[in-house]
Design a protein around this ligand. Structure first.
Ligand code: ADP
Length: 395
């Protein structure tokens, strides 16, 4: 090999590597050798051995009549043959036919590629109307095809890495969840057991006020346990999509005010500011939507204590958007994308109890309403949750 060829290959290698994604890399690669190896179309086929279908994962028309994605029917049967035989195939049209219809005169060159024993494919080049492929062309095409396979393998690896990453994160969350949940279950149970044992002691008598105090603690802790178990069941039902929704026209401002009144009876110190515009009703399940807003109130109380909660509800186009803004510590940007995942809790020192189920439940309920929920947060300034629901289409 001479120095010039080596330098050319090296330049191509660098250019191909620079590309942002695998399709752009293949575009660069298939375009790079065109000075020495000309073809009209190139396509990459993969055979799904289970479904017995052929997928075209990449196709380009580069030659005469070029224009983006190539029509890939021309190479499909040929690709099947290349895959079945597992070797390079060259197919030229019968010499005797003389015709001006170039498209009926396909010179096909195919190379088998394989990602795994069950994922086999072929790269097929076509020249319409010739000329026939020379020995040099076949070598160049072979080199290009091995290179293309490396690019496709890299893409598959990247996808596999991403999947693995997400599975690993989910497994970590499940692990954390088991320790969180055992703590969350044990704490109220500990209180209930401790105070009821004290009350039952034969050797001690408690005055009326103390008895009342102990019973109140037992009652509150039993409520906490019930809520926790309900959340776990609810999240399981939402995940398996077995939760039934009963939709009816709902005025979001009235619903949020009702929830706010209930919350205020338990947390009289919570300051709430309303900014409501006149609204069209949304189609919603009142019980479930109340649950969403209760969660947002409860999070504001837990994570932004002593802060005023500003709630606004406005119509935007054919949607209604509610926002809940607190002035708490905020959430670091890196954690925001995971907030609505099941069991996710922002890492760090924890004094606040929780399971990481609340926002997951909110998101599933909002999505069942064909709506949207998202969060914006600025450190030391506060966090705002937005909920967007479509206006009731029947009204
Ligand atoms: P939980 O409160 O049970 O941990 P959630 O799903 O309701 O679970 O919330 C997930 C995480 O999001 C919480 O652990 C908390 O770190 C963070 N978070 C939720 N709401 C707020 C808020 N208003 N301000 C700051 N952080 C919040």
């Amino acid at each position: 090999m001479d120095l010039k060829t080596l330098a050319t290959l090296h330049d191509i290698f660098k250019e191909v590597q620079k590309q942002q994604n695998w399709k752009a890399a293949l575009d660069k690669l298939f375009g790079a050798l065109r000075g020495d190896f000309i073809f009209d179309n190139v396509a990459v086929y993969f055979l799904d051995t289970r479904a017995k279908t052929t997928d075209v994962i990449y196709a380009r028309a580069l030659g005469r009549g070029k224009g983006g994605e190539a029509d890939t029917v021309w190479g499909e049967n040929f690709a099947h043959e290349v895959i079945a035989k597992g070797k390079m195939l060259l197919r030229e049209p019968a010499k005797k036919i003389r015709t001006f219809d170039r498209l009926s005169q396909a010179y096909l060159l195919g190379f088998p590629i394989s990602l795994s024993p069950t994922k086999k494919g072929a790269i097929v080049y076509v020249r319409f109307g010739g000329p026939p492929y020379s020995e040099l062309h076949v070598h160049l095409a072979s080199l290009q095809s091995s290179w293309a396979l490396a690019i496709i393998e890299q893409k598959e690896l990247n996808i596999a890495y991403e999947e693995l990453d997400s599975v690993q994160r989910q497994m970590r969350l499940q692990d954390d969840f088991v320790s969180t949940i055992s703590h969350e279950l044990r704490t109220p149970l500990g209180f209930i057991k401790g105070y009821s044992t004290s009350l039952l002691r034969q050797d001690t008598s408690w005055d009326e006020a103390t008895q009342q105090e102990f019973l109140t603690i037992i009652d509150e802790e039993a409520d906490r346990l019930t809520r926790l178990i309900e959340d776990m069941l609810e999240s399981a039902r939402l995940q398996s999509k077995t939760l039934q929704f009963k939709f009816a026209p709902i005025r979001l401002d009235a619903l949020i005010r009702d929830v706010a009144i209930r919350v205020n009876t338990h947390h009289p110190d919570l300051k709430i500011e309303f900014d409501f515009e006149s609204l069209p009703p949304v189609a919603g399940d009142g019980v479930r939507l109340s649950q969403v807003f209760e969660n947002l109130f409860s999070n504001a109380i837990k994570y932004a204590p002593n802060s005023t909660l500003k709630i606004s509800v406005k119509p935007v186009g054919n949607k209604v958007v509610a926002s809940f803004a607190d002035q708490g510590e905020g959430i670091p940007e890196d954690y925001l994308p995971f907030l609505f995942e099941r069991f996710y809790r922002v890492p760090g020192e924890r004094t606040v109890t929780g399971t990481g189920l609340g926002l997951y439940i909110c998101k599933q309920i909002v999505m069942a309403h064909h709506g949207n929920i998202w969060v914006e947060s600025v450190l030391d300034q506060g966090t705002t949750f937005f909920i967007e629901l479509p206006v009731d289409p029947t009204l």
